[in-house]
Design a protein around this ligand. Structure first.
Ligand code: UDP
Length: 141
């Protein structure tokens, strides 16, 4: 397996629930090491740009409003197969369909307020990492 990096975002609903530590434990217990992190209250433009791929979707405006409703915790995770491993730990987009024991099954309320974001490919991970972090903010270990 290849060592990869991916972006994880703990969304405003999960930050408000004070489960950042519980989510970090899941990363660390599953071989995903936090190598960069920042808490940030996204501006409307940042949320729109980050989710630009969804701009034609009917849920886009609501998604941007939700992502700017409170602070998010953004981290770069590094480990074997990090992109797929993080997606596995997150569970399905709709928490009602997420496997038992996944982050979304345990902490998310609905398909729009679904606790976490994770890059869906190594290519998108590189773009998303560069969107939020400079090289000097990433502490590879
Ligand atoms: N989303 C939504 N309604 C939908 C589908 C998606 O509000 O019907 C939101 C949800 O927050 C999701 C995000 O848009 O996490 C991005 O959607 P995607 O299909 O990329 O899901 P993900 O990769 O986050 O599982």
């Amino acid at each position: 397996m290849a060592i990869e990096r991916t972006i994880s975002i703990i969304k405003p609903d999960a930050v408000a629930k004070d489960v950042i530590g519980q989510i970090y434990s899941r990363f660390e217990n599953n071989g995903l090491r936090v190598i960069a992190a920042k808490m940030k209250h996204l501006s409307t433009k940042e949320a729109q740009d980050f989710y630009a791929v969804h701009k034609e979707r009917p849920f886009f405006a609501a998604l941007v409003e939700f992502m700017t409703s409170g602070p998010v915790m953004i981290q770069v995770l590094e480990g074997d197969n990090a992109v797929a491993k993080n997606r596995e730990l997150m569970g399905a987009t709709n928490p009602k369909e997420a496997a038992a024991g996944t982050i979304r099954a345990d902490f998310a309320e609905s398909i729009d307020a679904n606790a976490v974001h994770g890059s869906d490919s190594a290519e998108n991970a590189a773009i998303e990492i560069a969107y939020f972090f400079s090289q000097s903010e990433i502490c590879s270990r």
